[in-house]
Design a binder for this molecule. Structure first.
Ligand code: MEV
Length: 419
């Protein structure tokens, strides 16, 4: 952790030098970080249709994360000021213990929908009577995943009465190892659907698609913020804020948005499908009526105990990761050996961001940090050097005047005093 103390105060070049040393980045990886053309037009063209360019986002580092005793430097890609600082601050305040975290085996669930049924229950029984054959076919279709220690894990079914008649849905569980699993699941489901149709004896297969509500792929994290460190008032304040998220869905949405700020940023930095993680998180939050993804309470010494649990379909291989050099560098910086480890880190980042947001909202308000960054931005836009920018920003903040014109005037005065 020593090599990162005061990291935010260092010039950009020095920060790059330090992270390169820490993550053993090669010269070409360092030049990718320095440059802005990390995604070549050639790869962009392979990734989406009608491609005309690439959008870039700042890449920041979440610091102070000790998780199950291991130190992590967390790459975070996003445009919103304060989120990286909030995550790092939330993580710092629970040191030296840091976080404990766990994640389930990477099991994704896919659905096959059968419609036009006269007897949904009968169709389900007929299909499930062929469980062994289905398992054999599944293992064949998932051969490559099976050979990596993953593969078929089970089948279940449910019937639904809908305005369009009775439907049956078959849920296939597949261990997708270090991938996100969408391609594996969707290909597999399309492959096995004809068997389901045949064994059902009636009806028609419609959807064959993975579910983003990955309840068999959960990640959990826990941290204790000591009363002596954050102060007894902050403990009470966070508990009050938390209870509101449990009581009021309008607050729960914003509360959970703050959690996803950090998780999405890590997902984006590592080339993951952050929309899938978002969908899973919010669907999970609504299982018993939309509510907070975190829980808070006090331990016997009056310290704040925070916990989070949510589905986490994150990958360290596959998807667009291979064609995204910055994603590969981010994974190198994170140094997580598996998708499960990445998921644990994501849960901790979500918890850290949530704690930091609640504390800041109740204690000092979140605008202070935002405005300090805004002041620095204005100073740089006014033409200040990094050292002058600190002085200009300080004055702008003191005056509460966040205008480019005023930044230029202050810079002029500073320079005239020096000459
Ligand atoms: C802003 O991006 C996130 C917050 O609104 C989260 C919250 O209110 O808990 C600060």
């Amino acid at each position: 952790m020593v090599e990162f103390s005061g990291f935010y105060k260092l010039p950009m070049e020095e920060r790059i030098r330090r992270i390169a040393e820490h993550a053993r980045l090669s010269d070409s990886e360092v030049s990718l970080l320095r440059g802005s053309g990390a995604l070549s037009l050639e790869s962009v063209d392979r990734m989406v249709e009608n491609a005309v360019g690439a959008v870039h986002l700042p890449l920041g580092l979440g610091l102070n994360f000790i998780i199950n005793g291991k130190e992590y430097v967390v790459p975070m890609a996003l445009e919103e000021p304060s989120v990286v600082a909030a995550a790092s601050h939330g993580a710092k305040l629970c040191l030296p213990e840091g976080f404990t975290a766990s994640a389930d085996e990477p099991i994704m669930t896919g659905q096959i929908q059968l419609v036009g049924l006269k007897d949904a229950r009968g169709a389900i029984s007929s299909v499930l009577a062929h469980r062994d054959e289905l398992e054999k076919t599944a293992k064949k279709l998932l051969q490559s995943m099976e050979s990596r220690g993953g593969g078929f894990r089970g089948i279940s079914a449910k019937q639904f009465r809908t305005p369009r008649g009775a439907m049956a849905v078959f849920y296939f569980d597949v261990d997708v190892r270090d991938s996100m699993g969408a391609n594996t699941l969707n290909t597999f489901l399309e492959g096995i659907a004809p068997r389901v149709q045949e064994y059902a004896g009636e009806g028609k297969v419609r959807l064959r698609i993975l579910s983003n509500l990955a309840t068999k792929r959960m990640a959990r994290a826990k941290a204790v913020w000591k009363k002596e460190v954050i102060g007894p008032e902050a403990v009470e304040a966070v508990l009050d804020a938390y209870e509101l998220a449990c009581a009021d869905v309008y607050r729960a949405a914003t509360h959970n948005k703050g959690i996803m700020n950090g998780i999405d940023a890590l997902a984006l930095a590592t080339g993951n499908d952050w929309r899938a993680v978002e969908a899973g998180a919010h669907a999970y939050a609504s299982l018993k009526g939309y509510t907070s993804l975190t829980r808070y309470g006090k331990d016997s010494s009056g310290s704040l105990v925070g916990e989070i649990e949510l589905p986490m379909a994150l990958a360290t291989v596959g998807g667009s990761i291979g064609s995204n050099p910055i994603a590969k560098i981010s994974l190198k910086i994170l140094n997580a050996a598996s998708a499960r480890e990445l998921s644990m880190v994501a849960a901790c980042v979500g918890l850290a961001n949530n704690f930091a947001a609640l504390r800041a909202l109740c204690v000092e308000g979140i605008q202070k940090g935002h405005m300090e960054l805004q002041a620095r931005n204005l100073a740089m836009l006014a033409g200040a050097s990094p050292t002058e920018a600190d002085e200009v920003a300080l004055q702008l903040t003191k005056e509460g005047a966040y205008k480019l014109g005023r930044a230029k005037e202050i810079l002029k005065t500073i320079r005239s005093k020096k000459n």
